[in-house]
Design a protein around this ligand. Sequence first.
Ligand code: NAD
Length: 454
Amino acid sequence: MKEENKIFRTRRDFLQSAAAAGTTLIFSPMISAQQESEETADDINVAVIGVGAQGKNLINACRNIPGVRFKALCDIWVDYNLHRTATVLEHYGYEVNQYEDYKKMLADEQDLDAVIIATPDFWHSEQTVACLKAGLHVYCEKEMSNTLEGAQKMVQAAKQTGKLLQIGHQRRSNPKYIHSFEKLIKEAKLLGQITAVNGQWNRMMKESLGWSKNVIIPQATLDKYGYKSMEQFMNWRWYKGLGGGPIVDLGSHQIDVYNWFLEAFPKNVYASGGTNYFDKKTHEWYDTVMAIYEYDTAQGAVTAFYQTISTNSRAGYYEAFLGHEGMLNISETTSPWNGIYREKWVSPDKWKPWSEAGYIKEIEVEEDNEEPGSEGVTLTVSPSPPPPQYEILVTMDKPVHRPHLENFFDTIRGKAKLNCPSEIGYETSVTVLKVNEAIEAGRRLDFKPEEFKV
Ligand SMILES: NC(=O)c1ccc[n+]([C@@H]2O[C@H](COP(=O)([O-])OP(=O)(O)OC[C@H]3O[C@@H](n4cnc5c(N)ncnc54)[C@H](O)[C@@H]3O)[C@@H](O)[C@H]2O)c1
């Protein structure tokens, strides 16, 4: 039967067909006709597993995406996160079924299309594989898994089932990042040859998370789900076997951008890490990490530095790509860490067409005529003026997670292609998890090209 003559008996038939057809349906007249005749045909029934801090963020980010219907929630913190999130969703008109155990949810819920997974990293693999095998599309938060074996199983399950698996590296769908890579680096070549990358996520010291005595999870439940105590349950990120510490938690977002913008994988990594401030009993992973990757890209060698410090917020978080003609400084946050800088030897005429094309806009810097030592001079005044700075003319005006979720739902509907499918999530996991190994080994570790493929 020809695709355009097929009758979609159920909403689910329609979505499955659309997701399988992928990008070929983007401009298909069948899609618009279908949407007009059956208004609910592309509604997507969604469950969320793990409704802690990030699960709630993702639900919030979904709220204005048309046709997304929350049907079920699952969380082991029943008396707190589960009930509270369900109550909020009820307030917005969704009647959701509530589950403590994801297996029961998959057995009972018959009309789901997709699942969002925002549990601690060590649960991602098992839950994702089970959801894919139950015939559901999955949006799984980063880090895809805390082990490469777990991440491999996820890629394999996506391939075997033909279901979609998007990994939550949301910068991949951020219009500012897409513009910077595709227009500024690739098309306009404003950086020239990129030779170095410098990125960081520094943040101020935070004490371990606490909890109210009224909502303690019974120890038997904690045991069942792999947590030794309430303290470990709340602060899972810092424990070996559960999370990967700040280098994985924060670094994976940004090191993912290194691979993306350089269009390459590193050939090796050096790293140093320490628990310099916290107590190792409650912070098994390193609170301070500095890593150096070496890349051989199509343009030449690139040395890429990354650091994460959990006790001081100096300069916040950003990624900087340094080329012989310019530098791109970009961050998921708004300014001051966003801009593109022309090296002074490069003629402004070379950048002018890209200003005229609306890609960038030069920022006028007022001349500072005051003599050093006179009133008004501060420690931030540099002895030589900074390179000419330009604004990146695409900004992000939505909650940071929304475009990535929109990309996931659009792909289910056959109108897009995943921006971070499991294969990319896997490549990033290989790149990032090796940092902890390199710290432990105390020496440079090499990557083999085949390591990045499942
Ligand atoms: N993309 C991003 O920017 C971003 C930001 C923050 C967190 N994350 C990721 O989101 C995930 C969750 O992080 P978080 O900060 O929300 O952690 P969290 O501790 O605040 O929330 C985790 C939730 O999962 C629940 N849970 C734990 N084990 C479970 C299980 N087996 N089944 C069902 N529920 C379970 C907990 O009760 C809790 O409600 C992590 O993978 C994290 O890396 C991503």
